[in-house]
Design a protein around this ligand. Structure first.
Ligand SMILES: *[C@@H]1O[C@H](CO)[C@@H](O)[C@H](O)[C@H]1NC(C)=O
Ligand SMILES: *[C@@H]1O[C@H](CO)[C@@H](O)[C@H](O)[C@H]1NC(C)=O
Length: 311
């Protein structure tokens, strides 16, 4: 009898042990969480401060063929041009290849530049003048090296995971601090005639399983998204940031670079972002779907596969 009870208890315990993690996993992974659709992508040009830029851009783009429009929104020759991202030019209209280059802490792959203190270090000063001065310094070096679009500052990851690989590129886990520091950096960089990039949009909180069709999904409710992760991006949009980079991870099980609710809805409609969204390098998971969902430029381009040396 005792033996049978023990066996039953053991079996019971074993099935509990087997059941508990499964339920826990479903809850934690939020496998059924979805992101609502938000179409169409809103047209830019609604903010007065961008009116001149939009008028100039429209006059130019009106003259372009489809092929030329594709050229200026697609990267080409990863690791073969001067920058980590290089768009195709439009020689007929004298529009150059754009040079997009890393990173949040200084000019990557270059000599005679400054290795600036990490974001987390300068964030610790809580000093707006220093944030701005570092942005001006970074911007002037990007400008001097011929970079059109600097791939920083980083404000996501915010730092939810202490062991996440890139927390130190940002300014700290307080959304308010991260927002003010990002905005000052953006103003500093853009004062030098270089476009800044707010990245990585959004909830790019870990490096582990960060990439590919099976990438980690950050499932977040609306209030947490707004009060914590979106906050610094909101400050960046207010500061007039020219570019945003969508991230590798999925959000509510939809790839960040083809999540229409995040790109068309929150960033472009709700925050009124007037610039362009580029993919993180190889973060684009589909063709037309990403474009309709609000992504504007594909990086590093040349298809969806890593093809060093032959692209
Ligand atoms: C994610 O799902 C939650 C729960 O349904 C919802 O509150 C939130 O708005 C969604 N966010 C996105 C970006 O889809
Ligand atoms: C597109 O860019 C390539 C370089 O990547 C250039 O050779 C080509 O002339 C451009 N095409 C058009 C139609 O301007």
């Amino acid at each position: 009898m005792v033996g049978l009870t023990s066996v039953l208890l053991l079996v019971g315990a074993a099935s509990l042990a087997a059941a508990a993690p499964t339920e826990l996993n479903i809850r934690q992974s939020g496998a059924s969480t979805t992101s609502p659709p938000w179409y169409p992508a809103p047209k830019g040009g609604t903010a007065a401060s961008w009116a001149t830029a939009y008028a100039k851009a429209q006059a130019l783009v009106l003259q372009m063929t489809l092929l030329e429009k594709v050229n200026i929104t697609t990267g080409t020759g990863w690791a073969m041009g001067p920058c980590v991202g290089n768009t195709g030019p439009v020689p007929r209209l004298g529009f150059p290849s754009l040079c997009l280059h890393d990173g949040p802490l200084g000019v990557r792959f270059a000599d005679k530049i400054t290795s600036w203190p990490a974001g987390i270090t300068i964030g610790g000063t809580w000093n707006k003048e220093l944030f701005h001065a570092r942005g001006v310094g970074l911007g002037s070096e990007f400008r001097a090296k011929g970079v059109h679009i600097a791939l920083g500052p980083a404000m996501g990851p915010l730092g939810r995971m202490p062991a996440a690989g890139r927390n130190w590129e940002g300014f700290g886990s307080d959304p308010y601090l991260q927002g003010i520091a990002s905005a000052e950096h953006i103003k500093g960089i853009q004062s030098q005639g270089v476009v800044a990039t707010a990245k990585h949009y959004i909830a790019n909180e870990q490096e582990h399983f960060r990439q590919g069709p099976g990438a980690i999904s950050s499932n977040i409710d609306d209030r947490t998204l707004h009060e914590v992760y979106l906050w610094p991006f909101q400050d960046s949009v207010k500061a007039g940031v020219g570019a945003v980079m969508c991230s590798y991870n999925r959000v509510n099980n939809s790839a960040a670079c083809q999540n229409s609710y995040l790109q068309n809805g929150i960033l472009k409609d709700e925050l009124g972002f007037q610039g362009f969204i580029m993919s993180d390098w190889l973060a684009q998971m589909s063709g037309v779907a990403s474009v309709l969902a609000g992504m504007d430029m594909t990086m590093p381009g040349d298809g969806l596969l890593r093809t060093f040396g032959q692209n």
